[in-house]
Design a protein around this ligand. Structure first.
Ligand SMILES: NC(=O)c1ccc[n+]([C@@H]2O[C@H](COP(=O)([O-])OP(=O)(O)OC[C@H]3O[C@@H](n4cnc5c(N)ncnc54)[C@H](OP(=O)(O)O)[C@@H]3O)[C@@H](O)[C@H]2O)c1
Length: 267
C-alpha cells in the first residue's frame, strides 16, 4: 500500500537513496533539504531545516495540504563530528546535538499530532552503531546517537496507545557525503591530541569512502515500513561492525576497550 513518507536530509546520502528507493516502490515520498534541490529528483521536495521551527511547520503544512496525512517520518538529517572531548568547543557540540537530537525531537513534535489524529504512524530514527559505544575522538557523535536510541525506546512506549510506532536504524559505515559535512574540532599544533585527531579523521574518512552504497540502508528502512510490528532497533552495518556490538555485550568491558583501542592504533 502506498504510504506518505517524509524524510529529513534527502539531498544526499542515506536520505537521498531512501527517498529514491521508496519512490520507486510506489510510495509518496517528500524529501527535505535546507537549500532548494538543484537537480531533478523523482520524489517531492520540501525546504526544511530541523533547527528552524518555522521551516518545520511550513514544510509539514505543505505536505498536509497535498496529502492530508503522514504515515511515516524518517528522521535522517544528521551531522558527524570528530575531536577530543577535552578540546571540542561548546558551539560545535551544540550544533551536533541541535541537529541530531533536538532537531529529531522538533520533527516528532510536528508530526505526532497528525499521526495521533490518524490513529497510526511510524517514526524511523536514523541512529548509528557508533551510538552503542564510546568511540575515541567521536564521543560527541556517539553520545548524540546514543540519545537517539534512548529517545526511540521512550517514544515507542509513549506512543503505543495512539497506534504509533517508533524504531531506530543503526547503520555502520555507509558511503555518503558525511565526510564532507563532518565537523572537525582540530586541535592546535601544540595540542597533545593533534596527531590522534588527525589520524582518527583520516581513518574515519577512509572507512566511509570505502563503505557500501546507502541503498542497503534504504532496504532496511523498507523492511521497517512494511512490517506490521517493526523491531525497535535495526542494526544495519557491515559484519565486523555488527559483530563489535555482540563483543561489547559479551566481553568484559576492559577487554572490549582494549580491542577498540587496538582497532584505532591507540595504546
Ligand atoms: N554515513 C555513515 O557512515 C553513517 C553511519 C551511521 C549513521 N549515519 C547517519 O545517517 C544520517 C544521514 O547521514 P549521511 O551519511 O547520509 O550523510 P550526508 O550525506 O551528509 O547527509 C546528511 C543529510 O542531513 C541533512 N542535514 C544536515 N543538517 C541539517 C539540518 N540542520 N536540517 C535539515 N537537514 C540537515 C543534509 O541536508 P542539507 O545539507 O541539504 O540540508 C543531508 O541531506 C545521519 O543521521 C548520520 O548521522 C551515517
Amino acid at each position: 500500500m502506498s504510504k506518505v513518507i517524509l524524510i529529513t536530509g534527502a539531498s544526499t546520502g542515506i536520505g537521498r537513496a531512501t527517498a529514491e528507493y521508496l519512490t520507486q516502490l510506489g510510495h509518496r515520498v517528500y524529501g527535505t533539504s535546507r537549500k532548494p534541490f538543484t537537480e531533478i529528483v523523482p520524489f517531492q521536495t520540501l525546504l526544511l531545516d530541523v533547527n528552524d521551527e518555522t521551516s518545520i511547520q511550513a514544510a509539514i503544512a505543505q505536505l498536509l495540504q497535498r496529502e492530508q496525512r503522514l504515515d511515516v517520518l524518517i528522521n535522517n538529517a544528521g551531522l558527524g563530528i570528530i575531536g577530543a572531548l577535552e578540546e571540542t568547543p561548546d558551539a560545535l557540540i551544540e550544533q551536533v546535538f541541535n541537529t541530531n537530537v533536538y532537531g529529531l525531537l522538533r520533527m516528532c513534535r510536528a508530526a505526532l499530532p497528525v499521526m495521533r489524529l490518524q490513529g497510526n504512524g511510524l517514526i524511523i530514527n536514523v541512529a548509528s552503531i557508533a551510538g552503542r559505544m564510546g568511540l575515541p575522538f567521536r564521543g560527541i557523535y556517539s553520545a548524540s546517537k546514543a540519545a537517539v536510541e534512548i529517545l526511540t525506546e521512550t517514544l515507542n512506549i509513549e506512543l503505543k496507545p495512539f497506534g504509533i510506532r517508533a524504531c531506530s536504524i543503526l547503520p555502520g559505515d555507509v558511503r555518503t557525503n558525511i565526510n564532507a559535512a563532518r565537523l572537525v574540532a582540530m586541535p592546535s599544533l601544540a595540542s597533545p591530541y593533534r596527531s590522534f585527531v588527525e589520524t582518527m579523521n583520516n581513518i574515519v574518512n577512509d572507512e566511509v569512502s570505502k563503505a557500501e552504497d546507502p541503498l542497503y540502508i534504504a532496504k532496511i528502512i523498507e523492511q521497517a515500513i512494511n512490517s506490521s510490528s517493526p523491531k525497535i532497533h535495526y542494526i544495519a552495518g557491515p559484519f565486523l561492525q555488527r559483530f563489535s556490538l555482540w563483543l561489547k555485550r559479551f566481553l568484559p568491558s576492559r577487554f572490549f576497550e582494549y580491542l577498540l583501542r587496538g582497532n584505532y592504533g591507540l595504546k
